[in-house]
Design a protein around this ligand. Structure first.
Ligand SMILES: Nc1ncnc2c1ncn2[C@@H]1O[C@H](COP(=O)(O)OP(=O)(O)OP(=O)(O)O)[C@@H](O)[C@H]1O
Length: 293
C-alpha cells in the first residue's frame, strides 16, 4: 500500500497542494481525477521524488518512502521522456538494464510487452517514426519493464485507441492482481469507471473524495427510477421526493430516506401499475461530478 499524508506544495505564494492525503491500496487500481491544474501531476512528481513537497510524507508498506523504493517503482511522467531517435527494442532493453535486468532478460521482457501491445513489428523502428498512440504504448511498456513494485502513471491512456486501451488495461489488471499498487491519472471518466476499485478526486489542490468505489457509491445521493403508467407527474406532489426528471410514465427521483422510498412504492402500487422501481447505481463519473460541484 502506498500512502500519501498531508502533502503541501507551493509555487511562489500559490498553494497548489493543500494537505493532500490518500491511500493507494495494493489490491486493484486507483484512479486519480481532477480538473486541469488540480494538482495530480504535482502529487505524482512528489511521490516519485522528482519534486519536493513543503510538508507531508509518502509511505510505502508502512515505512517512509525511500529512493531505493522509488527505483523499483514504474513511473510514466507527464512529459514522457524516451529517446525519439533510438530504436524501440534497444531503448526498452536499455531501460531494463538500467533497472538491473540482464541484457537477455530485458530483451525478452521488452519483446513480450511489445507483443502484448500489438507493436511487435516495430521493434527496429526509431521511436519518433511511430504514431503518437504507438509511442504511448512504448512509454507504458517502459514503465512496466522491470516488474515494478508500484506504478505511478500520469495519463497513460491519453491518445490510445480502444484496442490499445484494452491490452493496456488487461496487463495493468494482471499487475494489480499480484499486489502492485497502481495510481493513474485520467480525464476519461468512463475508463475510470470501468477500471478502478478506488478513486481519488482532487479539486484545487485539495482532496474532495477518496476511497473504494463501493464506499463512494454508498455515500453518493441515491437516485431511483420509478415507472408508473400512464403518468409519473404525481410524484412531484409527494413530500420527501425530489423529482429530477419526468417523461410520461418514467421519473428519475431522489428520496429523502429509505422510509420515503417505501412509502412512495406503496402509494404507487395503490394507484395502479408499477412497472419499475429501481435504485440506480451511480457511476464514478456521476460521483466525480457530484463531489466537484
Ligand atoms: N513548476 C511549476 N511552477 C509553477 N507552477 C506550477 C509548476 N508546476 C505546476 N504548477 C502549477 O500547479 C498547479 C497544478 O498543476 P498540475 O500539473 O499538478 O495539475 P494537473 O492536475 O496534473 O493538471 P492536468 O490535468 O492539466 O495535467 C497548476 O496551477 C500549475 O500551473
Amino acid at each position: 500500500m502506498l500512502e500519501v499524508q498531508s502533502l503541501t506544495r507551493r509555487f511562489g505564494d500559490r498553494t497548489v497542494l493543500d494537505e493532500v492525503s490518500f491511500a493507494v491500496p495494493a489490491d486493484g487500481m486507483t484512479g486519480f481525477v481532477g480538473a486541469n491544474g488540480a494538482g495530480k501531476t504535482t502529487t505524482m512528481r512528489i511521490i516519485m521524488g522528482v519534486l519536493k513537497s513543503h510538508s507531508g510524507t509518502v509511505y510505502f508498506n508502512g515505512t517512509q518512502l525511500a529512493d531505493t523504493d522509488r527505483a523499483r517503482f514504474g513511473y510514466m511522467p507527464e512529459e514522457r521522456g524516451l529517446y525519439p531517435k533510438q530504436q524501440v527494442l534497444d531503448q526498452l532493453q536499455y531501460l531494463g538494464q538500467l533497472h538491473g535486468m540482464s541484457r537477455a532478460d530485458a530483451r525478452t521482457e521488452a519483446l513480450q510487452l511489445l507483443d502484448r501491445f500489438g507493436i511487435a513489428d516495430r521493434t527496429k523502428d526509431k521511436l519518433e517514426s511511430l504514431s503518437l498512440g504507438n509511442q504511448q504504448r512504448v512509454q507504458v511498456a517502459a514503465s512496466l519493464m522491470h516488474h515494478p513494485t508500484a506504478l505511478i502513471l500520469d495519463e497513460p491512456f491519453s491518445g490510445l485507441d480502444p484496442l490499445a486501451v484494452d491490452s493496456m488495461t488487461s496487463l495493468l489488471a494482471e499487475r494489480a492482481a499480484t499486489g502492485v499498487p497502481i495510481l493513474f491519472s485520467s480525464h476519461q471518466l468512463d475508463l475510470i469507471d470501468a477500471l478502478c476499485d478506488n478513486l481519488v478526486v482532487l479539486a484545487g489542490g485539495k482532496i474532495v473524495a477518496s476511497g473504494t468505489a463501493t464506499a463512494l457509491r454508498a455515500r453518493a445521493s441515491a437516485k431511483h427510477v420509478v415507472v408508473t403508467p400512464p403518468d409519473a407527474g404525481w410524484l412531484r406532489e409527494q413530500p420527501g421526493v425530489r423529482v429530477l426528471d419526468v417523461a410520461g410514465p418514467r421519473a428519475l427521483v431522489e428520496f429523502d430516506d429509505e422510509g420515503t422510498a417505501q412509502r412512495i412504492l406503496r402509494t404507487a402500487v395503490d394507484r395502479g401499475a408499477v412497472t419499475e422501481f429501481a435504485p440506480q447505481r451511480p457511476s464514478l463519473a456521476e460521483i466525480y461530478r457530484e463531489v466537484i460541484r
